[in-house]
Write a new protein. Sequence first.
Lengths: 156, 91
Amino acid sequence: MNRPSKIVRTIASITFPFIVVFGLYVVMHGHLTPGGGFQGGAVVASGFALLVVAFGTREVVRKIKEKHLSILESLGALAFISLAFAGITVTFFYNSLAGSGGLFGEIPKYGSNPGNMNTGGFLPLMNLSVGLKVIAGLSAVVLALALISLKGGEKK
Amino acid sequence: MRKAVATIFFIAFLLAFFISVSPWFMRPFGEPADTRMDDYIIKNAQNETGANNAVTSVVFDYRGFDTLGEATVLFTAVAGVVLVLRRYVHE
């Protein structure tokens, strides 16, 4: 398997941090702007796919193991469910952190406003956990498909 | 065999008929039959969840169960991919 050229690798290593930052921005601002955990996670996972394409599967596998991605995905799912259970005193998925005045506990003014990061109650935390889950899950899928192409190429 | 083909054609014909006739029986666009839920969410979403993005407050708060199912779908998909390709994934 011949590697991509130096141009591709350089451009990929330059753009990868920007892709990750943009994806994390979409995840973190899910309660203020369009987007959220699923969309931002997909953006970061596409950056991971760019790494796999540019640097080759072998080099990426040396750094990131599929096992760790699966563990991260399960952690995200557990965080999501435990956040849902955190409001169990009222109902499942009750947003007991909204308006409490603490972390993410402010209430914005009614109507259109520029937005405040410190609002939303459990919503930003749920966005983060879902984002972690989507990042790890889609990266695991990309890595698995890249590995099958690698091994399949070796057998021929 | 011929019976099965005839049944399939009959069902397809029925579907095509209903789809082509349905526009005359639809409500006009932008006039839902009941807007109580929409009005409630537009009015109270910011106050109740504190989030400016009402869509996120619906997805993660009012309809949290739906998102839980969505996350389960993703989890199942990833588990299936890794299970099918485990011979390649785990060396």
